[in-house]
Design a binder for this molecule. Structure first.
Ligand SMILES: [Zn+2]
Length: 403
């Protein structure tokens, strides 16, 4: 078998435990057991996004029933309202949400730059006006870590200087070097390195030289994991996968890689092939609210007239609570009168993402991942001529041929 199954010390001293890791010897693909404080996470993994301590359109019990082992908490919203003090009193975000599994929190920086118009980045941190009371607030690396320490998340993200992936020039260079300096400030500020794992975020935009420099610098730090940042922001897919490959080529094999903001099924499959372990994206839950259900052959817009009399489940092969109970026709009718339809589709879409990741993991462990990819693509696209060129190229570089 070309696959190496090994019991190895997977993570740094922060985790102090050994993990199961399967590396493919032909491709950068891997499957791991990530030992986190609240439970073991099977990778590759998709992490649903929560906001203000609750998932949009789904409860924590439903998320638990779907077998979700880790989800995202939103630092920007939680840091503003109800505020870190109240959440600390409620035994952290886990207690506040009543969520027994793992949580990953972001630094809060991305939301500030993307949601708050009046934000300004200086060496000190991100300055912005509170959308609630107009007061000037500074989110420094130290402040971001203090909030995340109060939230008690299992994985925390460093504050980084975020620039859009379509921006080029000196601003990208400034942001990259600043993110490295802020990483050091975040490491120094972490009060709970024994139970809260701080991930670095690799920046560098679409500039290969700069991204490589950032990789060289950040991998000198003994952080428990690395995120690949600054992508999935509207750049060309060709630039996207080349930057992912550059990153996974230079990240340490024994630490988890989290590709931020990626959640389309094809992107997930390709980026797992390129060696990424963790993903998050608002897409599956956001699209559900518009009546779009994810299926192995693309998506169904349940509001379309063609489903008004269709008594099949969204996906007859899907085992989720929605597909076991409800037909397309019922959801179509319900969507017109009740937000419950959105909740049903949200559950299905999260189930779709988690099931996709589990099937990929099993195929990696069984040593048949390239076959999985071929079957997946055949099902997703009506004919090979419709395979996206970038996906064919990316998979080709890791010895997965599609025809
Ligand atoms: Zn379903």
């Amino acid at each position: 078998s070309p696959w190496l199954a090994t019991q190895t010390s997977h993570l740094t001293s922060t985790f102090r435990s050994s993990s199961f890791v399967v590396f493919c010897l032909l491709t950068p693909t891997r499957a791991c057991d990530l030992k986190l404080p609240h439970c073991t996470v099977s990778t590759p993994v998709f992490m649903p996004v929560g906001t203000q301590g609750t998932m949009k359109g789904i409860t924590v019990d439903q998320l638990d029933d779907l077998g979700c082992q880790i989800c995202l908490g939103n630092t920007y919203h939680l840091g503003m309202r109800p505020g870190p003090e109240l959440i600390e009193k409620a035994n952290g975000l886990h207690g506040f949400m009543n969520w027994k599994r793992n949580l990953l929190t972001d630094s809060g920086g991305f939301q500030m730059v993307s949601l708050v118009e009046l934000s300004e980045v200086t060496e000190e941190g991100v300055k912005f006006k509170s959308p609630y009371d107009g007061k000037e607030i500074l989110l420094s690396p130290e402040q971001s870590i203090a909030i995340q320490n109060s939230l008690g998340s299992d994985i925390m993200m460093q504050l980084d200087d975020v620039v859009s992936s379509t921006v080029t020039g000196p601003r990208v260079e400034e942001a990259t070097w600043r993110s490295i300096r802020w990483l050091d400030r975040c490491i120094a500020a972490n009060k709970n390195p024994d139970r809260q794992n701080l991930f670095a975020i690799i920046q560098g935009g679409l500039n290969a030289e700069l991204r490589k420099a950032c990789l060289d610098e950040m991998t000198k730090r003994d952080v428990p994991g690395f995120a690949i940042g600054g992508l999935s922001g509207g750049e060309e897919k060709d630039d996207f996968w080349r930057m992912v490959t550059l990153s996974t080529d230079h990240l340490p094999r024994e630490k988890p890689r989290y590709l931020m903001g990626v959640g389309y099924a094809v992107d997930l499959v390709v980026c797992v092939a390129l060696g990424c372990d963790m993903f998050d994206c608002v897409f599956p839950t956001r699209t559900a609210r518009f009546g779009s259900a994810l299926v192995p052959w693309g998506s169904l817009t349940i509001t379309k007239k063609q489903f008004a009399k269709d008594l099949q489940a969204i996906d007859p092969d899907c085992q989720c609570p929605t597909c076991r109970r409800h037909s397309r026709a019922y959801l179509h009718a319900l969507f017109k009168s009740d937000t419950a339809a959105m909740h049903h589709i949200t559950i299905h879409n999260i189930s779709y993402q988690l099931t996709l990741m589990r099937s990929m993991r099993q195929s990696i462990i069984d040593g048949r991942f390239p076959d999985f990819v071929r079957t997946f693509m055949k099902r997703m696209f009506p004919s090979p001529e419709q395979y996206p060129g970038w996906a064919v190229d990316a998979l080709g570089t890791v010895n997965i041929t599609l025809n």
